[in-house]
Design a binder for this molecule. Structure first.
Ligand code: NAD
Length: 479
């Protein structure tokens, strides 16, 4: 039986590669290919950038006005919601995310991102600055031009929408390269954008790999005006260098090793429930995962007993099944990386309280104690369902442990002490701090990280800064 085919979407047409080359997407649960995808390279990346360039320089999109653009983006969001089943199944086949997460959480969040950024752009105000000199100045936010967006595989359509939505809302044109492990939802989205009436060339998708392939060609193209990237810190360094060569602003959302601090006055069931979600949602393949769990010594045993109980009761299964909470890891390669950490816990002196290998590319929710702050497991981004739990005594010690990381993406803390919550939030090295919760986002708020977690922030006005060329206009008002 032939597999469903997903092409590039360039200048309003879904097309194969000029070379005719393809690759397959492997469903990590069945370990079988389920879709065939056009394999692009420099030829496709260059064609897509040229199409986006024309659509920006000559087409209606940047000139259309916020209201009409917003109407088309809202129509696009409607179609995303109407195709929730198809989009959700696509991500689930591509990377094994449980269907209840892809269809019921990622799809609505994707649609919401498009709606939010369309409205945010339409409602945004500029500044008028009265000057003492008989002049006044005001600000404009004009679209930057052609945006190259390179995305990871862990929340395929949703993270793509964090880039594409503000870029489109502000009147830019886009070339998106989705991750090679999760290509299909991007083609579906681009088809829906055309159906919604978004003009050809405004939202293009090119498939392929990173190095020496479509990803590198796209980020090195001199006709690109902005590069927005989410992925590993090492890839971020390569893309930052490509941007530097063309003097193009680059936004980097990179890796993380989130600290989750549970104080002894925390509301226990709430802390357990959010801490479970923080590390095991999406099988731990989350940049903001709470993978370092610091628990105050007085409640360490009680907390860990309950946490381990809940972790071991999670339903591991077929991600297409509505009951499944934990699917397989996204690919054979990623399973190889995570399993190396799992299989070295005990030789490193740690204890697996629950979890370990299941079968196939599956790892159960794995809770590790007995490893110190300096272990590789506590320092490196594993990006899988493995949490290292470490006891602490004082607030100062918790802060020092949490901040002892080359990453600075996010942190969580659980406490009923209001002053302590604010004190900690101020001192934690993290782009996001969640108090008594996890991964709740307000799209107006900044999202991103310090250190090896990236450069720049996404969200609200922060996205506007990146996807526009802010301009000062100074007028003389008295002759
Ligand atoms: P990755 O860096 O391997 O790949 C990401 C994308 O970059 C893919 O599309 C890939 O094809 C492309 N790419 C790879 N090499 C390239 C090159 N030389 N030039 C151009 N493009 C290239 O990352 P991944 O494994 O897909 O994603 C997981 C990583 O993403 C984790 O480190 C995770 O923490 C991070 N992440 C961060 C955030 C955040 O918001 N900070 C969100 C999600 C994931």
């Amino acid at each position: 039986m032939s597999l469903p085919f997903f092409g590039h979407v360039i200048d309003g047409e879904e097309v194969p590669s000029a070379s005719g080359e393809t690759f397959t997407s492997i469903d990590p649960y069945t370990q079988e290919p389920w879709a065939e995808i056009a394999l692009g390279g420099a030829a496709e990346a260059d064609r897509a950038v040229a199409a986006a360039r024309r659509a920006f320089d000559e087409g209606p999109w940047p000139r259309m006005g916020f209201t009409e653009r917003g109407r088309l983006i809202h129509r696009f969001a409607d179609l995303i919601e109407e195709h929730a089943e198809e989009l959700g199944r696509a991500d689930t086949h591509d990377m094994g995310k449980p269907i209840t997460q892809s269809r019921d959480s990622d799809v609505p969040r994707t649609a919401m991102n498009f709606r939010f950024f369309a409205d945010h752009a339409r409602l945004a105000t500029g500044e008028t600055l009265p000057m003492d000199t008989g002049h006044h100045a005001y600000t404009r936010f004009d679209p930057a031009g052609v945006v190259a967006a390179v995305a990871p595989w862990n929340f395929p359509m949703m993270l793509e929408s964090w880039k594409v939505a503000p870029a489109l809302g502000w009147g830019n044109t886009v070339v998106l390269k989705p991750a090679e492990d999760t290509p299909t939802s991007a083609t579906i989205m681009a088809r829906l954008a055309l159906e919604a009436g978004i003009p050809p060339g405004v939202f293009n998708v090119v498939h392929g790999y990173g190095p020496d392939s479509a990803g590198a060609a796209l980020t090195e193209n001199p006709h690109v005006d902005r590069i927005t990237f989410t992925g590993e810190s090492g890839t971020g360094r390569i893309i930052a260098a490509a941007g530097a060569r063309n003097l193009v602003p680059v936004s980097l959302e990179l890796g993380g090793k989130g600290a989750n601090i549970v104080f002894d006055d925390a509301e226990l069931e709430n802390a357990v429930s959010w801490s479970i979600r923080a590390i095991f949602t999406n099988t731990g393949q989350v940049c903001v995962a709470g993978s370092r769990l610091y628990v105050q010594r007085g409640i360490f045993d009680t907390f860990m007993k309950r946490f381990t109980e809940v972790a071991s009761a999670m339903v591991i299964g077929d991600p297409q099944d509505e009951r499944t909470e934990i699917g397989p890891l996204a690919s054979q390669e990623h399973f190889g990386k995570v399993s190396e950490y799992v299989s070295t816990v005990e030789s490193s002196g740690g204890t697996i309280e629950t979890g370990g290998f299941v079968d196939g590319w599956r790892v159960a929710p794995t809770v590790v104690t007995g490893l110190g702050q300096d272990s590789r497991h506590a320092r490196e981004e594993i990006f899988g369902p493995l949490v290292v739990a470490i006891p602490f005594d004082t607030e100062e010690e918790a802060l020092a442990l949490a901040n002892d990381s080359r990453y600075g993406l996010n942190a969580m803390l659980f406490t009923e002490n209001l002053s302590r919550a604010h004190r900690m939030a101020a001192r934690l090295k993290a782009g996001s701090v969640w108090v008594n919760c996890f991964f709740i986002r307000d799209l107006r708020a900044p999202f991103g990280g310090a250190g090896d977690s990236g450069i720049g922030r996404e969200g609200g006005d922060f996205s506007r800064e990146f996807f526009t060329e802010p301009k000062a206009v100074v007028m003389q008002i008295e002759q």
